[in-house]
Ligand binder design. Structure first.
Ligand SMILES: [Cu+2]
Length: 527
């Protein structure tokens, strides 16, 4: 059996035709995909055609295959019930950018972002029955986040393929770690930054398209977990307390990458739900999030076949979840209706060229069990209240003066969780904060926990947006291991202001920030 596969691989690499028929189903990374010029051309042609269709008559099948229509399925600016008002966003976010700008570089930055808004319009589904059904239907912050985006990408890929005129086109994934320099900075892939190519979008964080700045993704100052390392440790698929895989991957890296590319979620396109899908990078970003989902399921399945029966038995979701209906348009502009259950059907569930499971999945599962094991054992819950994280300086939180010796319930295997509760905005900070766990004995030992994200935070029909971010719950056993913590008093948390990038401008621009109600370190025994 194994020999047969090896033979096929050799044949495939020497014979292009065979490789198409053998591996057409595996989705490659962008980097791998565009090594073949035909593929690069297909992507470029596809996005170009979909952009052209933006100008087709509304209410036509042609318009329903446009990039703008697809962006609108995700979310859109307008006066309809399911849309967001552009004017409110603009006033909320740009006016105060100017208010807070201290000097010329800051004012200039606000001006750039103001122009991004100026190129957008409020739209309406009008009397287009299909648009009324499908526009503004994306799922964020719910248990439908992953299956909704998977099915959405399925039909998007078909539409892009048809537009490209290349029947073999695949929608590759943006493997973030493919473009990192020696300073731990991530740069956008070339395809997105060339202004003569159709995947270019001017409306991104200033300096990213020109490679003047990068996103801090590795090392001591990392601001995004680009490999999904933390989320992949999750035991459950979705949890109401936010510690499930779906919850964790949605916030990091999904939300954070939206904000890193989209001006700290202050400006279009990637930074705002109603505009994000107008940037081609959005689709390759989501493809990677989908890949990480598949990777998590493969690990959880320990070699079992992933299909609907497996999902029903192992994801811990109710029958109603699988029956939830979702509507999209296909490559011919026709309305299609699917159910969450379809996301586990091989027709809709993509296979990827890299799921990081070259080794035995059972072994991998035991490796990840080691990561879950807290070095502190099964301990009592400890907490800190009322933490202010304000302005452009570092803030700290300390679990101090604890009767540490009485804290241990048992030395048996347990997972440590860190819950950050009642996070609220203080005004509208122009920057965000990355959270690290630092050893008190050796401050050079620090471990990245997460970064707060403002993605999707403005989408309410109110003039002043939301001020409550809510709660987060993180798995921190691995972080405690990383800094060598041996007791509950061994570490502190630090909050560092950042805009995700190496650009210093926005990190100077704030007196506002966050208020945190409570931070808890809790522990659950591993069964
Ligand atoms: Cu997204």
């Amino acid at each position: 059996m194994k020999k047969g596969i090896a033979k096929l691989v050799i044949l495939a690499s020497t014979c292009g035709i065979l490789s198409i028929s053998t591996y057409a189903q595996k989705i490659p990374s962008l980097e791998t995909y565009v090594k073949d010029l035909k593929n690069l051309n297909a992507l470029n042609q596809g996005f170009a055609e979909m952009r052209k269709a933006n100008f087709a008559e509304p209410n036509t099948a042609k318009y329903r295959t446009s990039l703008n229509y697809w962006a609108n399925i995700h979310g859109y600016f307008g006066y309809d019930k399911k849309s967001e008002n552009l004017q409110e966003y603009y006033e909320e976010l740009i006016k105060q950018c100017y208010d807070k700008a201290k000097g010329e570089p800051e004012r200039k930055a606000c001006g750039f972002y103001q122009n991004y808004y100026a190129s957008l319009n409020n739209q309406t589904a009008g009397n287009d029955k299909i648009a009324q059904e499908v526009w503004g239907t994306c799922e964020h912050g719910t248990e439908f986040f992953l299956p909704w985006h998977r099915l959405y990408l399925h039909y998007f890929e078909k539409t892009l393929r048809k537009a490209s005129g290349n029947p073999n086109l695949q929608l590759p994934y943006w493997k973030y770690e493919d473009n990192i320099d020696n300073n731990n900075l991530l740069f956008l892939p070339w395809l997105f930054t060339q202004n003569y190519l159709s995947a270019f979008d001017i409306k991104r964080t200033i300096g990213l398209n020109e490679n003047k700045i990068g996103i801090k993704v590795r090392g001591d100052n990392k601001t995004i977990d680009i490999t999904g390392f933390e989320a992949l440790q999750a035991v459950d698929f979705y949890r109401d307390d936010k510690a499930g895989f779906s919850n964790l991957i949605e916030s990091n890296p999904h939300n954070l990458m939206h904000c890193a590319v989209g001006a700290n979620c202050y400006a279009p396109n990637m930074g705002l739900v109603p505009a994000a899908g107008n940037d081609p990078i959005f689709y390759l970003h989501h493809r990677n999030i989908d890949r990480l989902w598949q990777k998590w399921m493969l690990k959880k399945a320990k070699g079992q076949k992933i299909d609907l029966a497996w999902a029903k038995a192992n994801l811990g979701m109710p029958a109603t979840w699988f029956e939830k209906e979702m509507k999209f348009v296909d490559e011919n502009g026709n309305l299609v209706s699917r159910k969450v259950a379809d996301a586990f059907n091989s027709e809709f569930m993509p296979d990827y060229d890299d799921l990081g499971l070259k080794s035995d999945p059972t072994l991998l599962a035991s490796e990840s069990n080691k990561l879950l094991m807290s070095p502190l054992g099964h301990h009592e819950n400890i907490e800190i209240s009322n933490i202010n994280v304000l302005g452009a300086q570092v803030s700290r939180a300390n679990f101090k003066d604890l009767p540490v010796n009485n804290m241990l319930r048992s030395t048996g295997p347990a997972i440590s969780y860190l819950t950050i509760q009642n996070i609220e905005l203080v005004n509208k900070p122009m920057l965000t904060y990355a959270v690290y766990m630092v050893s008190k004995k050796d401050t050079s030992k620090r471990s990245y926990l997460t970064t707060f994200s403002f993605f999707g935070l403005n989408n309410v029909h109110a003039h002043h947006g939301k001020t409550k971010i809510g709660d987060m719950k993180l798995i921190v056993s691995d972080n405690l291991q990383e800094i060598g913590a041996q007791s509950l008093a061994d570490f502190e948390l630090i909050f560092e202001p950042t805009d995700f990038t190496s650009n210093p401008v926005f990190t100077q621009l704030s007196k506002d920030g966050l208020k945190i109600g409570k931070i808890l370190l809790t522990s659950e025994p591993i069964s």
